[in-house]
Design a protein around this ligand. Sequence first.
Ligand SMILES: NC(=O)c1ccc[n+]([C@@H]2O[C@H](COP(=O)([O-])OP(=O)(O)OC[C@H]3O[C@@H](n4cnc5c(N)ncnc54)[C@H](OP(=O)(O)O)[C@@H]3O)[C@@H](O)[C@H]2O)c1
Length: 259
Amino acid sequence: MSPAMEPAEGSHLDALAYLECAMGLLGSVLLKLVRSAYGRYASPRPACRVPARAAWALQELPSLAVPLWVCARTAAERLRHAPNRVLLAMFLVHYAQRSLIFPFLIRGGKPMPLYTCTLAFMFCVYNGYLQSRYLSQYAVYADDWVTDPRFLVGFCLWLIGMLINIHSDHILRNLRKPGETGYKIPRGGLFEYVTAANYFGEVVEWCGYALASWSIQGGAFAAFTFCILVSRAQQHHQWYLERFEDYPKFRKIIIPFLL
Ligand SMILES: NC(=O)c1ccc[n+]([C@@H]2O[C@H](COP(=O)([O-])OP(=O)(O)OC[C@H]3O[C@@H](n4cnc5c(N)ncnc54)[C@H](OP(=O)(O)O)[C@@H]3O)[C@@H](O)[C@H]2O)c1
């Protein structure tokens, strides 16, 4: 979508989106060289760690707070239009769940290294600003965009992806009884087909958002998520195969029947 005014900042937001794609690619290369450093891979004695619940709540909160701040402190003129409001709401609904609900449901989560938490926090500030500034100030949609097939298919993918993500996280959480911290083979739902069903849901969700927003900014976020989560899913898959002799060999890594 083309910027309505101040084209300089519009192209600045495009540049930030391309940079986000580059960060995703760089992140996936780095994750192949060095294992991601939280959860099951966290070193038992890193210099500084944040309890899992506090880490998730704090690091994800900017994705909620920054858009609210952007909308409150700027003219947010494009939010007079329904498509912009719906798209921003899709982003906020996900992050309300991720920062205000998900952390408090975690069971026995491993403390997060401070630097991982800091990197995630910085990404959430960056991406929260990028998505909200674009949707509130620049994105121009026809008023009937919400009936366009790209929006409708994208919205359905976003919703289905979010439900898969939440359901799969629920399955993982319930593998542990209160007080347990160990790992078991996940069963049920899309875990019957892939190792990282929760990541599959998240990837579908942001691909749907990208399609519905039909923007470089939405596409960049989906690409970033894909790069990071495919790398982490590959590590999880290998980890299960090494640790559990009876791990189902037919399970794919992240995309049912494909990858
Ligand atoms: N958009 C993005 O770029 C992005 C990036 C990262 C994460 N996320 C999302 O954030 C959420 C959490 O991500 P994550 O990387 O922490 O997911 P994860 O590694 O699958 O772990 C999720 C939770 O389940 C527990 N768990 C995982 N496997 C288990 C098993 N086999 N047995 C018992 N407990 C198990 C973990 O405990 P431990 O902590 O003790 O391992 C953790 O509390 C997901 O929904 C993911 O999609 C999004």
